[in-house]
Design a protein around this ligand. Structure first.
Ligand code: TYD
Length: 226
């Protein structure tokens, strides 16, 4: 797929408790220390309307939310995020690191909720006008291990996290299928590796990507006046 922006778009994906935010923060720190402009963001959320949708869809207490409604709420939040935040940042040449993107909907709503991965993918391609990450880092986590990690310290589970292990196993398999379909756009790593090792692998891949795209992409920050 041809890249139509100057920046770099990297998504972090994986089951709950995989450690995506830790790795996004590690990578952001290194890239910022090189003077590059980095925008860290997340889904659901990333815009004022998206944050409202986030609490609607994740918090307990809004009554029953059927699977199609859930998929549309995630897609609405993503439409705002992609069109109002991510694409403009990429056009300015920034590096965008998002904690979750389309693959989360394909895995959670398409496979987890059994809405069908193709239908959910089409919905989200429409919502984002086809905006795809240049690289997706998939932190592969065993569902039982993920549950242990996220409930450490008695943290409460949200609506999706509190689903059965079988639901999370379907999600894991769907993420791995997505990566297997387009291996050139994915870096798949076992989430149980030490944080520093994961960070090193991710940085190596991002460096290789930036090198390969030199000329085609013009990253903002380094060497530019503010
Ligand atoms: P996340 O923000 O990663 O959770 P936390 O910050 O609490 O670790 O994601 C919230 C939940 O929403 C998570 O269980 C995955 C789910 N989710 C979907 O089901 N579909 C989606 O499209 C997205 C973005 C998230």
């Amino acid at each position: 797929m041809t890249t139509q922006h100057r920046g770099l778009f990297i998504a972090f994906e994986g089951g709950d408790g995989a450690g995506k935010s830790t790795q996004a923060a590690e990578l952001a720190g290194v890239l910022e220390s090189r003077g590059l402009l980095v925008r860290r963001t997340r889904e659901p959320g990333g815009t004022p309307i998206g944050e409202k949708l986030r609490s609607l869809v994740l918090d307990h207490g809004h009554g029953h939310i059927d699977a199609r409604t859930e998929a549309l709420i995630f897609a609405a939040s993503r439409a705002a995020h992609a069109n109002q935040v991510i694409r403009p940042a990429l056009e300015r040449g920034e590096i965008v690191l998002t904690d979750r993107y389309i693959d989360s909907s394909v895995a959670y709503q398409g496979a987890g909720r059994k809405l069908g991965t193709g239908a959910v993918r089409d919905l989200n391609d429409w919502a984002t006008a086809g905006l795809q990450p240049d690289l997706t880092v998939l932190l592969d986590v065993d569902p039982a291990e993920g549950r242990l990690r996220r409930t450490a310290g008695d943290a409460a589970e949200d609506r999706l996290e509190s689903e059965a292990d079988e639901f999370h196993a379907r999600i894991r398999a769907a993420f791995l299928d997505l990566a297997a379909d387009r291996p050139e756009n994915y870096l798949v790593l076992p989430a149980h590796l030490p944080v520093t090792e994961l960070a090193k692998e991710i940085l190596n891949r991002v460096d290789a990507l930036m090198l390969a795209r030199q000329g085609a992409c013009q990253l903002a920050g380094q060497g530019e006046s503010p």
